[in-house]
Design a protein around this ligand. Structure first.
Ligand SMILES: NC(=O)C1=CN([C@@H]2O[C@H](COP(=O)(O)OP(=O)(O)OC[C@H]3O[C@@H](n4cnc5c(N)ncnc54)[C@H](O)[C@@H]3O)[C@@H](O)[C@H]2O)C=CC1
Length: 407
């Protein structure tokens, strides 16, 4: 495959990304009646996701991990009932959209390279789907809601009992779908290590205007059934025994961190580390009781809770956290596990690097985007669909940014 040619055509398509994605879906739905019904009513998050996946493929062409990524994506796409025929239809519409957006850059060679590349991508995704089906894994897990607890106005903890065993690594997330919001899937972390009774826990924060989070926080209750997709994500334990680690979470970012700590409490109760739990206000520090229980099992864990002061804006908690992080030492010796709102993760990761943490040892997930990109935009296409928000906190206290940054 001609990687250089794939990258150069994609760079042209990217500059007209919004146009290309609109063309793609119009072409797909027009030529394949019935396919529109497989997609949610609100297509905006879907459009971002397609582009994010394509960007990932093009920027990882030489990465040996790409095949595993595509296999996992195919496994995950079983929840959409994606058939080989649908993969073929998507390929045709994608090439048509690329041809349209690339203009003069769409040469015979470019078309050949993209036809071959898409064929390869589809093959790896279908192989991932077949492998999961062959191992007896369902396309999704029906799960009964057995408990629903509210914290503050916007937060809920849901306990679910999947009807088939749901194997996962602590720290991973699942896609969640509800009949209340047809065909929409949102990702939430599983908030515990696998439990003996097979139940799982999701922590949901209601986003203003978010149909799914509102349904899960305000309307869902015991007796209802949700669908869960195959667990995925790379925020899993990576520290060798005896290694130092720091866990930092904000809001419902507590969910994956709690799962990692529960695993550590069983596997390595004498671990040494620090935990920072950040919440917008005291009322939202729903993690405190659980964290205290974990601390009893992990005496070497130093726990700090950080909230904004009363009547201060919620972001003040991050400023307070950054001050606390600056007061800590030995960052170069720590693995750091990070979870929370995307802006928080990006900001904290940057400060940790400035403090001397090895970037390879800062672990966090890039959750699939919802509506807007969940990480800072890097490419022209990402910037177009989700322009970066300006950094807001205490810029004076920061070391100068690397000259290589493009925003
Ligand atoms: N529910 C889950 O299982 C998981 C959720 N997440 C993410 O965590 C977030 C949870 O949202 P909430 O609980 O409502 O958190 P929140 O909106 O209450 O924010 C918690 C704290 O994060 C900080 N923060 C928020 N936005 C920031 C920004 N742009 N820059 C710097 N700091 C910022 C502030 O200190 C704030 O007090 C969501 O974005 C979600 O995607 C991440 C992992 C798992």
């Amino acid at each position: 495959m001609d990687h250089q040619l794939l990258r150069s055509t994609f760079a042209v398509v990217e500059r007209r990304a919004e146009h290309a994605v609109t063309f793609f879906y119009s072409h797909l739905f027009w030529h394949n009646p019935g396919v529109r019904e497989l997609f949610p009513e609100d297509m905006l998050p879907q459009r971002d996701r397609l582009l994010a996946a394509l960007t990932h493929v093009v920027t990882h062409l030489e990465d040996p991990g790409l095949a595993a990524y595509l296999g996992q994506l195919g496994r995950d796409h079983r929840k959409f009932l994606a058939s080989p025929a649908l993969y073929a239809a998507v390929g045709q519409s994608l090439l048509a959209a690329f041809a349209h957006a690339a203009g003069a850059a769409w040469t015979i060679e470019a078309e050949k390279a993209w036809t071959e590349a898409y064929g390869h991508v589809a093959e790896l995704m279908l192989a991932g789907a077949d492998a999961a089906a062959g191992a007896g894994e369902p396309a999704w897990w029906d799960a009964d809601v057995v408990r629903h607890e509210r914290y503050g106005d916007d937060l809920a903890v849901l306990t679910l009992r999947p009807r088939q065993p749901l194997l996962h690594l602590p720290g991973q997330y699942v896609g969640v779908s509800s009949l209340r919001v047809p065909r929409v899937w949102r990702t939430y972390s599983l908030a515990d290590a696998p439990r003996p009774d097979g139940t799982v826990e999701l922590h949901v924060s209601r986003i203003a205007g978010g149909a799914m989070s509102t349904a899960l926080v305000e309307e869902t209750g015991p007796g209802e059934v949700l669908r869960l997709s195959a667990p995925g994500g790379g925020l899993v334990a990576r520290t060798p025994p005896g290694g130092l680690r720091t866990y930092i979470c904000a809001g419902t970012g507590w969910a994956p961190v709690r799962a990692l700590l529960a695993e550590a409490a069983a596997a390595e109760p004498d671990l040494e580390g620090r935990l920072f739990v950040v919440a917008r206000s005291k009322e939202y520090l729903y993690a405190r009781e659980d964290a205290e229980r974990l601390k009893e099992r992990l005496p070497g864990l130093n726990v700090t809770y950080i909230t904004a002061a009363p009547r201060q804006r919620k972001d003040q908690a991050t400023e307070r956290l950054l001050r606390a992080l600056r007061a800590c030492v030995r960052w170069s010796a720590h693995d750091v596990y990070l979870a929370g709102p995307p802006g928080f993760v990006a900001e904290v990761a940057e400060v940790l690097e400035e403090l001397g943490t090895d970037p390879e040892r800062i672990h966090h997930d890039t959750l699939p985007s919802v509506g807007r990109f969940t990480t800072r935009p890097n490419t022209a296409a990402e910037r177009l669909l989700g322009p970066p928000t300006p950094l807001w906190h205490d810029p004076e206290a920061r070391a100068p940014r690397g000259a290589s940054r493009s925003f």
